[in-house]
Design a binder for this molecule. Structure first.
Ligand code: RTP
Ligand code: MG
Length: 141
């Protein structure tokens, strides 16, 4: 089993879509291992998306991610990282495949409902950003 980090972004939490998105992720086969509500500071959002610091949309992205509560979570599934990227769809909802989370729930390329880690290495880094090891539910058979 593998883990990835998702964030239901402030646009989706504010418009009351968090529950529907969570149900979509569970229906797609993910198990929730950790979940919380967070309100990111400018410093936290800037650090989380530091890889984009030189991009023209960085200021707007940090402003958006700090605009209200978001919902970070650790999701588990076989091949969790590529599987979640497929389930959420392309960055721009207009280009996202039919039935993906972004196609269904995102407002725009910037305000696009959900984040998903893009590698196992980043999934581990991003999980550590929001959760302590003790907060992650581990079920041992
Ligand atoms: P994410 O990291 O949030 O999962 O999104 P992603 O991999 O699909 O896209 P990425 O290129 O990493 O961009 C991060 C987030 O920045 C915002 N963005 N806005 N206005 C724009 O042209 C633009 N491009 C990117 C989006 O919120 C995107 O998810
Ligand atoms: Mg990304």
């Amino acid at each position: 089993m593998n883990r990835t980090l998702a964030i239901i972004k402030p646009d989706a939490v504010a418009s009351g879509k968090a529950g529907k998105i969570l149900a979509h992720l569970e229906n797609a086969g993910f198990t929730v291992r950790a979940l919380r509500l967070a309100r990111l500071t400018e410093a936290q959002a800037g650090e989380f998306y530091a890889v984009h610091a030189e991009r023209p949309f960085y200021g707007e992205l940090v402003e958006f991610m700090t605009s209200g509560p978001c919902m970070p979570m650790i999701l588990e599934a076989e091949g969790a990282v590529p599987k979640l990227r497929e389930v959420i769809g392309a960055t721009d909802p207009a280009e996202a495949a039919e039935g993906t989370v972004r196609r269904l729930y995102a407002e725009s390329k910037g305000r696009n409902a959900i984040h998903a880690s893009d590698s196992d290495e980043n999934a581990a880094r991003e999980a550590g950003f929001f959760f302590a090891e003790a907060d992650v539910l581990a079920i041992h058979a």
